[in-house]
Unconditional design. Structure first.
Length: 466
């Protein structure tokens, strides 16, 4: 309601004088003082206009202020377009303003300046693709801390049955591995949008650098050498020992070349601030994506089994059994992702599977020496010359890689974010070291490509576009 409408309820001479008086431009302080007097219910001539009301409950006309601080009164707070003029058109000090106003506030303190009303600063439609990840290139760097599943259980040694009633086995399971650090590096390029207005990307992903290692040992319960190896009961240097020691190392590396297709967010919300400026705010949306590409992965392992007698030189009694395996997997990379994108944060999941061809190989080396006849009961024949053997084998077969990532991130700026998550990774159809034992030399092609390894762990890093 305008000032005239507000004061039309006044009675007596006060209202008549006001309507017949030439109204000059008023300042906001003077206007506020007059409204405060009316709120107290007392006019200048002492006429009671009604009970006092708080100033917030009175209808206050909308205003526009120019650079000189003068106030222009607009009749009615619901005006969307039309001509803006002062209420005294005949006054020499009054001014007339032509223009279009959108959503004018009904409070004087929220008034817009005239210079804020230019049409080129009004809202315009804009896609969130202009807001998030607006660069042509993007990169992500993450630190990985992964655990590796234990080895396949194979019995390497035990106490000989004639020395104890309880058979104690020493297996390859040993202790769990420590978490190993690694990295995931992503480099991609936007190649535009398709005919359905979806974003298209080409990206390269390096995933790996993890190296696990572990050592373990097994000692005889007695001073006499009582440990035997069921891998080869007659192998010299591996039976009737005092100690067995094992060590293993394993690593993982993967590379991907992907084409990614992902839907875009809807139109941004364009919100006008109290100072008259306009700001874009992204609406939350679920972004589904498709991933198609190629993937290559490499898993290498080394295993060592050492047998010794206390106080006896290895050249007299001892055994060393070393196994090395190499695995390369090449296959298609098929996957997808679903991201809940909010204005300042996001979360989602990403999964990929890769049916692949697995190329596995191993090399084995055995050196066993026993030139003694200990223990005498039962006697073990001495071997004047050491048992030295080596072998190599390879195999091509089916393989599989699959990984799942659960992640979330904080959008520090439209083009930079911090992220963290939890990851799962499975590699199958490979030759793991603890599946290749051939100490007794029974197998002519000693390779087993049916192994699998499960990894899982945390990831954290950052992502940016330019």
């Amino acid at each position: 309601m305008g000032l005239l409408a507000l004061l039309a309820t006044a009675r007596g001479v006060f209202a008549e004088e006001l309507f017949t008086t030439d109204i000059a431009p008023i300042r906001f302080a003077d206007f506020q003082e007059q409204v405060s007097d009316l709120a107290e219910g007392i006019a200048d001539d002492g006429i009671m206009l009604g009970p006092a009301l708080p100033i917030e409950s009175l209808p206050i006309p909308s205003v526009l202020a120019d650079s000189e601080g003068e106030v222009f009164v607009i009749e009615g707070a619901e005006i969307l377009s039309g001509t803006i003029a002062s209420q005294a058109a005949t006054s020499k000090s009054s001014k007339r303003v032509d223009g279009e106003i959108l959503g004018v506030s009904s409070r004087a303190a929220d008034g817009l300046k005239i210079e804020d009303l230019s049409l080129d600063e009004m809202p315009y439609e804009a896609s969130s693709g202009e807001w998030f990840s607006s660069g042509c290139w993007y990169a992500g760097v993450e630190s990985l801390w992964f655990d590796r599943s234990r080895n396949q259980r194979v019995t390497l040694g035990r106490e000989s049955s004639n020395t104890t009633t309880t058979v104690l086995n020493y297996t390859t399971v040993a202790q769990p591995f420590d978490m190993a650090p690694g990295a995931r590096i992503t480099l991609g390029k936007s190649i535009g949008r398709d005919y359905l207005d979806r974003d298209q990307f080409l990206e390269y992903v390096y995933y790996g650098g993890m190296n696990w290692s572990g050592v373990d040992g097994f000692n005889s319960l007695f001073a006499a050498p009582t440990l035997i190896s069921p891998l080869a009961i007659s192998a010299p240097g591996f039976n009737f020992a005092n100690t067995f020691n094992t060590s293993i190392s394993s690593n993982f590396n993967s590379m991907e070349w992907n084409y990614k297709l992902r839907r875009r967010l809807g139109r941004d919300q364009v919100v006008m601030s109290p100072n008259g400026s306009w700001a874009k705010h992204a609406e939350r949306g679920y972004l589904a994506g498709l991933i198609v590409g190629l993937r290559a992965a490499n898993v290498n392992e080394n295993f060592s089994f050492v047998s010794r007698r206390n106080g006896v030189d290895p050249s007299v009694f001892g055994g060393n059994y070393d196994i090395s395996t190499q695995n390369w997997l090449f296959g298609l990379n098929l996957g997808g992702e679903l991201i809940s994108q909010n204005e300042f944060y996001y979360w989602g999941l990403r999964g990929r599977v890769s049916p692949a061809l697995s190329f596995a190989a191993n090399q084995q080396s055995i050196v066993g020496v026993n030139t003694t006849t200990i223990p005498p009961d039962p006697p073990i024949p001495r071997n004047p010359s050491p048992d030295i053997r080596s072998s190599a084998a390879n195999q091509m077969g089916p393989g599989f890689l699959g990984d799942l990532s659960l992640f979330g991130g904080w959008q520090v700026t439209p083009n930079f974010s911090f992220k963290g998550g939890y990851d799962f990774l499975l590699v199958a159809g490979i030759a793991t070291a603890t599946r290749q034992f051939n100490l007794d030399n029974r197998r002519q092609n000693p390779i087993d490509g049916g192994g699998q390894i499960f990894y899982n762990g945390v990831s954290f890093g950052c992502e940016g576009t330019w």
